[in-house]
Design a protein around this ligand. Sequence first.
Ligand code: F6R
Length: 606
Amino acid sequence: MCGIVGFTGSRQAAPILLEGLKRLEYRGYDSAGVAVLDSGDISVVKTRGMIKNLCEMTHDGADVKGCIGVGHTRWATHGVPNDVNAHPHLSNNGRFAVVHNGIIENYAQLREELISSGIKFKSDTDTEVVAHLLEYYGDEDAKVAVMKTAARLKGSYVLGVLCNDGRLFAIRESGPLILGIGVGENYFASDVTALIAHTKNVIYLDDGEFAELTPDKITVYDCTGSPVTKPVSRVVWDVEAAEKGGYEHFMLKEIMEQPRALKATIEPRIKDGRIVLEELGLTDEELRDVNKIVITACGSASYAGQVGRYVIEELCRIPTQVEVASELRYRGPIVDSHTLLIAVSQSGETADTIAAIRECKEKGARTMAIVNVVGSTIAKLVDHVVYTWAGPEVAVATTKGYTTQVAILDMLAIYLADKLGRIDKERYDQLLGDLQEIPSKIQRAIDLNTHVQYLAERYYQNRAIYFIGRNLDYASCMEGSLKLKEISYIFAEAYPAGELKHGTIALIESGSPVVALACYERLFDKMVSNIEEIKARGAKVLAVALEGDKRIVSQADDFILIPRSDPLLVPIAEIIPLQLFAYYVAKANGCDIDKPKNLAKSVTVE
Ligand code: F6R
């Protein structure tokens, strides 16, 4: 969702801001703008549409002079995407320019109040109240005006504020904001990807903190204005990792990166034939105290949780439920100190997941998170964190984020089962052996690329595609169907194969395309029967099964055979052809794969 950048130094700001905004494009946006200060005047250039429009309007920033400024990509929440609603917003006296990510929940009330004191509004946004509040309090020192303004706001807001006296502020309340420390210049951004071309030394702001940036100094304050000493962290991601590297789309690049991402996630956690999850910081006694696990997340991360649930329940025999965070947060979750809440999130910034964690924490649950972005809100909020080492994920549709989440959940299940004494040595060793082979098996699944592309070209014209499977295959069906619908806009839905007869089979008619996952061997015969049932009603079946499954080959219209491994670990390889299938179907339909319509990478508002 909205992206924010800020810069102060001795170089021209606009080109740096535009470059930073380009790196945040993947978050999803519908308009963009910059505000730059020169000789006491703030110039604002903003427009609906792509950053390339902004680049054209400003000759790549060359027309906007000045060495200090803020930039923004907007994902519309209040007011349609147009030039006026685009950020930055200026106070009427031209003293303050504001960029904002989040939602100001009390904006209507503040707007009324400001209008009744004679202030004129230009846009429909919630953000504009901030610019006018700053002006309202602006007789004071700019820092005091910032504090007084922030104290009036309710909701989630990450703000960049540029003052015409040359001061630059970044404010954080419930949203991502990172400060970058350069040499003779400093930055802020919503995301490290916008900073890594300039610096790897960063400060993560916490909620309720704000910072003032000058070219030589960053000072962080708490909400009362007292200085706070913050640690400087070093970012491990490099620029190449956040670029396309010759691929047509980030999504394809990220699919191809999965063997490496999985190796980085799995390998360092296996030492001397054991899974080592010391980073979790849970003692054996604390682990034994857990009698219920609740997994919460949104979208694909919740489907990773679905895979995790099957594996945890089978190996650990601990009742485990998965609930999407937007439901869990409002349901008065039944949790206590014996409950382990596992939040799963690539970005670590998903608003509903954050709220669900807070809710469960308040009710006494022990909280842990599986997160990809170091220093993210979720990573900081929970009691225990395990990182996926997927590297930056830029495409809106997650791929390596998802498979690395599943890998951590698998490892956690094996680790926990061992600590609880619920797994024997033989099974432990066998699972560990198969776990270590995952990166090479994923590579073999990726090698199916050309075959999957050929299949996608046979299916891309369908307007609805069903996915069926049982047990772990059903979990993969949910993720496979989400991948397809979100980037190709084809209706795709996942059904447990055993449920077909209870309604869905009514949809099957001659030529109905069905992706049938038949990798879960214990229920293979049942899946074969389900395939027969739908074939008898005319369905065209694309089956995904394990190498050597001859019955599938003879039954399905089309098939994809993936490498074998322990049944509990198969979902990681199984999803690869479904990711590729979604990718090539979307490509054949001419869709904007990396930035699907209406979607944002990081969903930082409810
Ligand atoms: C789908 C997708 C989304 C995310 C969801 C949660 O491809 O990427 O469904 O999985 O928005 O995001 P994170 O994992 O950042 O919390």
